[in-house]
Design a protein around this ligand. Structure first.
Ligand code: ATP
Ligand code: MG
Length: 198
């Protein structure tokens, strides 16, 4: 099976498109944002710590985040293939993910990059904030998150391009058109993987 990273700025549609990929390709979904929001809702120790960072638009520190992810990856889900949504967000996290997968005898097959113009990101997140009640979907925090994305996360594009793993997708069109484009890329990758096995 294949392990896919879905990559993009806040509001680029990672969660939405992950749902379609799961349906079509049967991969297991790991969304670090969702995991953290669940912990916040439960008011756990981890949730309290996470909320302090998330509500300001900061990233959870790498060491903590990598530890959380390590506990989420087990052999059972890797047999199925995983879609990583929201991880990695830093070069350190990317290196840790590679090591975690290599240690378990597997690797990343592709990084799907949802590329969306910045004005559209802000528009989508402000709109979502009105419905989601998420503590980080307000204008001030959104601007912070996009800044953090540029500083810490966007460099991963070049990192994965150098590894030959980066597949850019126009994430500024309709949900259906984006999903079709992703499906085209994934079908090709899955075929290649299947051919490599025979
Ligand atoms: P999208 O709308 O495309 O799904 P998003 O940025 O709005 O993306 P999440 O991926 O759900 O939302 O992340 C929400 C917040 O959780 C981040 O802003 C960050 O504070 C924290 N977080 C999630 N993943 C990580 C990570 N890998 N490292 C550090 N912090 C993280
Ligand atoms: Mg999300």
């Amino acid at each position: 099976m294949v392990n896919i990273v879905i990559f993009g700025a806040p509001g680029s549609g990672k969660g939405t498109q992950s749902e379609f990929i799961i349906e079509r390709h049967g991969l297991h979904h790991i969304s670090t944002g969702e995991v953290l929001r669940d912990e916040i809702a439960k008011e756990s120790e981890l949730g309290k710590i996470a909320d302090g960072y998330i509500s300001k638009g900061h990233l959870i520190p790498d060491e903590l985040m990598i530890d959380i992810l390590d506990k989420l990856i087990d052999d059972k889900i890797l047999r199925k293939g995983v879609i990583f949504d929201g991880f990695p967000r830093t070069i350190n996290q990317a290196k840790a993910l590679k090591a975690m997968l290599n240690n378990r005898g597997t690797d990343i097959s592709a990084v799907i990059g949802l590329e969306v113009p910045e004005n559209l990101l802000v528009e989508r997140l402000v709109k979502r904030g009105k419905e989601s009640g998420r503590s980080d979907d307000n204008e001030e925090t959104i601007i912070n998150r996009i800044q953090v994305y540029h500083n810490n996360t966007a460099p991963l594009m070049d990192y994965y391009k150098q590894e030959g793993l980066y597949f850019p997708i126009d994430g500024g069109t309709t949900i259906e058109a984006i999903s079709d484009e992703i499906n085209g890329v994934l079908t090709e990758i899955l075929e290649k993987e299947a051919n490599a096995l025979v």
